[in-house]
Design a protein around this ligand. Sequence first.
Ligand code: PGA
Length: 251
Amino acid sequence: MKRKIVAANWKMNMLRSDAAGLLNAVISGVDFPLGCDVIIAPPYTSLDVARNILSGTDLELGAQDVFWELSGAYTGEVSPSMLIDAGCDWVIIGHSERRAIFGETDDIIKKKVEASLRTGLKVILCVGETLEQRNSNEVSKILSSQIEGAVKDIDKKYSTDVVFAYEPVWAIGTGKNATSGQIEAAHKIIMDDLIAHFEKDAHNIRILYGGSVKEDNIKEILSIRNVDGVLVGGASLDSDSFVKIIEYAGV
Ligand code: PGA
């Protein structure tokens, strides 16, 4: 069985002092060694605070976005090598908020994925449909085109460095999580697409679910076929909830 992942996407929350308080509370709440992989993705401004607190533990550090060039005249951007320099192991790419608010296309996402993997970062690649797309029966088409768009030139050797997160846009931050049937069907579509690209190596790839994951639905979500972990937004900002999610995932 694949080791589960619990990833925290803090989004644009937490000043540095809040970040320290939250991480210290999480670390003192969980049992070591962890029974699952835990990744914390704070905003850029708290990466160093998080790195210092997480060092010496087996929790890993991630960023929420990245640019695809390694250096140069790209005001405001942060490169994969800068993230590694800041202590990151992981980066989240293609989150629906980046697609919707910042206009990220599959082509932009593909460049970010390629540059990150080539530089040595591991990637959590987010895919998911809007409510409108679900209501027009386009789930399979959307997921397949997002996956194909991002991985078409990715070498199979990266299958162990990339994780997919199925995040239905309508379930993010809304308190409405997808039903078990909807999650199972979407994860099967994703796995079939991954097999088409990565062939047998696809079976090493972990697929996370994200969208209103909480301590009271984590058990059910993790029992669904092809769900290898969760990407948690709101509930990762509360240490008690997040510790409970880690505990459930680790058993
Ligand atoms: P949520 O966010 O858990 O607050 O719904 C998940 C995400 O956007 O990654």
